[in-house]
Write a protein that binds this ligand. Sequence first.
Ligand code: AMP
Length: 588
Amino acid sequence: MRFLELAETLDNIERTTKRLEMVDLISGLLRVAEDDIKETVFLLQGKVAPDYVGLELGIAEKIAIRALSSLSGLREEAIEFELIEKGDLGKIGEELLKKKKQASLFSESLTVRKVYESLLRISKAGGEGSQTRKLQILLDLLQNAEPVEVRYLLRIVTGKMRIGVADMTIVDAIAVAFGSKENSDLVEHSYNIMPDLPELAYRAMAGGIDSLSTIRITPGIPIRSMLAERLPSLNEILTRMEGRFAIEYKYDGLRTQVHKIGSKIELFSRRMENITSQFPDIVKEIRENVKVENAILDGEAVPFNLETNEMLPFQEISRRRGRKYDLSETIERIPVVLFLFDAMMLNGKSLMDMPYAQRRVKLTNTIKESTKIKIAKSRVVTDVESADKFFNEALEAGCEGIMAKSIEEKSIYKPGAREFLWIKYKREYQLEMEDTADLVVVGAFGGQGKRSGGYGALLMAVYSKEEDKFKTICKLGSGFTDEQLENLPRMLRTFAIKKKDPRVESSIEADFWFTPSLVLEVKGAEITLSPTHTCCQDVVKKGAGLAIRFPRFVGRWRTDKKVDEATDEQEILEMYHSQRKKILADNA
Ligand code: AMP
């Protein structure tokens, strides 16, 4: 198939926002792709291999610019400037080479296969002189490309497939191309246990859509991780779980899927990247302690201080990632313990359709715990008190909360699903700001539903003595009684102004503005970084301010306070820092 056909389909996809149309366009392409079907799907995804293979198609933008420069005659800096302005090298290249194209006489048309194979060579090129070879391959492609092909070639090689066809759109397209829309569930199920869309498209084409139902979980191919829903209280979790559930520590580390294939061990992240090389210590312990021929297990790798037997903050583990040279030193300095919580396959037999409790028994019977491999702490609870006790234990141990897991008959392992079979409950919901803040009303937003005609929320600010400014820190809509809500417009009417008061700094447009006059006492869950509020803008982090999360009115109108006695911006900064210290100390 000609690459032009694929590029034109991508162009059409880019012109529509309707998902159904996208599905139709892609399925049309798949139907005519024949021998090139795998390559076609890879290019649609902007990839040369499934994520778990770990073959990155990264060509530095600089090389792509060099190629464009050499073909168009325009200087590299000129292209760089244009890129800063327009932000899309694909479009820039398309325009530049359009002119050139009209003048050139010789060109052979590109096929999907040729493009794919060239890209594969680019991604495999390594070692000395590899940049020059990559450049040469790219030049060869661009020289023979039509303008619209140039656009997508450049986007694909620089890893910026702008339209980004979502995996689920391709899933639907495979169903429609080789069956019907009703087959989407089947394709999605296959995708969950074999996240390789080119392979699925090929099988559906060659063996018919029903042949996908024979796909089984396979050691060496990661499945999509099962995910958890969340609820705000243990009480609600207990109700949802019908009075009984398994409660587990929720470890704060890196989701790790373990595959044992004979003596070979592979580790995959939640995004299905192959992370085996970063954890040789874990690989070794699995080899020694998991005595089955093959297995697929689920767990969380957590940085750990083996001397004090304590978990370390999650960030420590990221120091391991992407390190190649000083890994052995890092392994000693930042040991990692793998806490296993599920088994999806053992000895060639899939356990995914078994209820959770049975899988857990199999897991416990198979794994010999060692210094670096442990089974996740778990217990069955039937009341909130014991659940709460376990939750506090988990926090004390350095976890971020608990995972509640259904032990009903229906509690199978559902790859890729975020459902209420697993429910997370984290420490942050229990956080409470140590102190209240006295905040100034600077604006308001019109209410809806029960609050229509009145205010839905107030825009609140801290005071900066240093600058004599009011800076926003949260929207406040909770904690008011109905009567207070009703009275608010009357109370604030006298302070209403048409435009934002010049002393108020806000990047949010309120519906109503007030002269800063009224002070309210507010409490929240915690102080967090915020992209929208102006309090402490750029102080803790560039581009961010601070906000109060889950703020609520505690019931006191601080009419005794003038606005310049409200909580100062500096106090919020101190509260933020002391809260950070507390969290770190709790987790240490
Ligand atoms: P979250 O990332 O907040 O959506 O929480 C889900 C994540 O918690 C999972 O993807 C795992 O990485 C992690 N986790 C930690 N402990 C457990 C556990 N016992 N069971 C399942 N997931 C866990």
